[in-house]
Ligand binder design. Structure first.
Ligand SMILES: Cc1cc2nc3c(=O)[nH]c(=O)nc-3n(C[C@H](O)[C@H](O)[C@H](O)COP(=O)(O)O)c2cc1C
Length: 432
């Protein structure tokens, strides 16, 4: 039997599938939808829920926020950290990963909130390390422009160094709670770090207790060579976009080589590829619903505006029925490459329609999709998939289709976990 693979779900604190006549999307903004979603994921034995985040209202499409707001693309978006605490409090096995940008959070605050969440969750917290990729987000933090990729990563390297020192500023066993001597913590096991680097100066120690995992699980998504090198050094799990099975295999092989060069065991880094399973009771039903979605009049504009939010490129400037000219971005280059299918000769309209399916198309009944996922994973070599929905339009319906349709189909094939055997998220990821 094939080795099982890992599963995450990529979502964010947004309105979800509000356009669907049989859905309220994520409903009101009290966060309870996501708690129920996480509980369903826990019954299905996912490794983690991954809460994406960005810090702006995008004006990439057409130079203003009209399309972003019209289609509710990544906005409104509420903060993932309080939501992560809610989810952690009402689950017991599922990993809870939340995004925090090195551009926005001072390292001391990030270490403190991560350590707190790791304690609240009993050792199931993960930090999705991002550097932010949009000029307009940088402008919310006192800058005129996003720093170039190279300096964002240089800063992120130092940032991770600082927070790791902070996490270790409380040794294991520092808390002694000795009533006989009236000692709560042994001061010889709690250390200032006196960090002084090129970008950060932090005294330490942290004022939180050492958390169950010591440091949270590190998740990362950089696809550039620099991003992959960063991830290979620091990440426990990588969330990635890849062009088809071949592109995904290449990506993973490359990260694993970088990991070996960095002196790490490549099996300690789980690469999860973003996919958009589109499910129905039968293949025909799924295909028909998918066709309806991509032929809706608003779909093309929403798809182009959505790629624009992560690449900072205004796709309204290009003719719909011609191929795209060559483009690069200081934002998500990997997402741009996947979207653009360079060299395919496809028109922008076709690219928009294939926006969510160019990785591995997964449209059909749970059994059909499970078979495709099995074949793909075998060809890629590991380590798993990160499920998502077009435009992150989730609803109770999509959660049920995946957790009660697709996952049982994968479990029947012995492809994914049927029970948790570990307590800490890092151990869950390393279970196989
Ligand atoms: C699957 C995936 C998820 C991502 N999630 C976020 C996110 O939540 N917030 C964010 O600011 N950037 C996010 N990014 C962007 C990455 O953190 C990174 O900035 C981007 O991929 C560019 O990296 P590169 O320059 O190494 O290619 C994500 C990227 C990918 C591929």
């Amino acid at each position: 039997m094939a080795k099982p693979f890992h599963l995450g779900w990529f979502t964010n604190f947004t309105q979800g599938d509000w356009t669907n006549p049989v859905s309220q999307g994520t409903g009101s903004w009290d966060g309870k939808f996501f708690v129920e979603m996480a509980q369903a994921m826990e019954r299905a034995c996912f490794d983690y829920i991954m809460l994406e985040d960005t810090l702006m209202v995008s004006e990439a499409y057409g130079g203003d926020a009209a399309a972003t707001l019209r289609h509710a693309l990544q906005v409104p978006k509420h903060d993932p950290i309080p939501l992560a605490a809610m989810i952690a409090a009402q689950t017991s096995k599922l990993g809870v990963v939340a995004t925090m940008s090195t551009m926005a959070w001072p390292p001391f605050m990030l270490a403190r909130v991560s350590s707190t969440l790791d304690s609240i969750s009993g050792g199931r917290f993960g930090w999705n390390i991002v550097t932010s990729g949009e000029d307009i987000a940088a402008q919310n933090f006192g800058m005129d422009k996003l720093p170039p990729r190279e300096s964002r990563y240089a800063m992120a390297d130092e940032y991770v160094d600082v927070v790791c020192k902070l996490f270790d500023s409380w040794e294991d066993g520092a808390v002694v709670k000795d009533r006989a001597t009236g000692t709560y913590a042994d001061h010889t096991k709690v250390h200032a770090i006196h960090y002084e680097g090129q970008f950060f100066k932090v005294r330490g120690p942290l004022n939180t207790v050492r958390s169950p995992q010591g440091k949270p699980v590190f998740v990362q998504a950089g696809g550039s060579p620099r991003g992959r090198a960063f991830a290979a050094r620091h990440a426990d799990s990588i969330i990635a976009v890849g062009n088809g099975v071949e592109g995904m295999k290449k990506y993973r092989d490359d990260v694993r080589q970088h990991a070996v060069k960095a002196g790490r065991n490549p099996d300690d880094i789980k690469v999860l590829f973003l996919v958009y399973p589109f499910l129905g009771e039968t293949d025909e039903e799924a295909q028909a619903r998918h066709q309806r979605m991509i032929n809706e009049p608003a779909f093309i504009e929403a798809a182009l505006a959505a790629v624009g939010t992560v690449t900072d490129i205004d796709f309204s400037k290009f003719p719909l029925d011609e191929p795209l000219p060559p483009l690069t971005t200081n934002g998500e280059q990997g997402s741009l490459d996947k979207f653009a299918q360079w060299g395919s000769g496809k028109t922008l309209r076709q690219l928009a329609q294939e926006r969510f399916d160019a990785g591995i198309p997964l449209i059909g009944s749970p059994d059909t999709v499970a078979d495709h996922m099995a074949e793909a994973m075998e060809a890629i070599g590991g380590d798993g998939f990160l499920i998502s929905t077009p435009f992150q339009r989730i609803s109770r319906r999509t959660v049920t289709e995946v957790c009660e349709g697709l996952i049982p189909a994968l479990q029947r094939r012995g492809l994914v976990r049927k029970e948790y055997t570990k307590t800490l998220l890092r151990d869950t990821l390393r279970e196989f």
